[in-house]
Design a binder for this molecule. Structure first.
Ligand SMILES: [Zn+2]
Ligand SMILES: [Zn+2]
Length: 67
């Protein structure tokens, strides 16, 4: 036991890119870790507040949202 906390490696669920030096970002729809290339910040209408808010959504969820 070293007792030293190392950043855990993550992998993009779309392209398989993995890293432990950069931060992986979780999609706000499917909560899967996604790399920066496959994550977009979109303005999404919140039906509860009636306001647009920014969400970080992965490419797969963007495709699903269009259909
Ligand atoms: Zn990716
Ligand atoms: Zn997603």
């Amino acid at each position: 036991m070293t007792g030293r906390a190392e950043p855990s490696p993550w992998m993009c669920h779309i392209c398989g890119y993995h890293s432990r030096t950069e931060d992986g970002i979780a999609c706000e729809r499917c909560y899967k870790i996604t790399c920066r290339r496959h994550l977009r910040t979109l303005s999404v209408l919140n039906p509860q507040s009636g306001l647009y808010e920014f969400q970080r959504i992965c490419a797969l969820c963007q495709l699903k949202a269009k259909t």
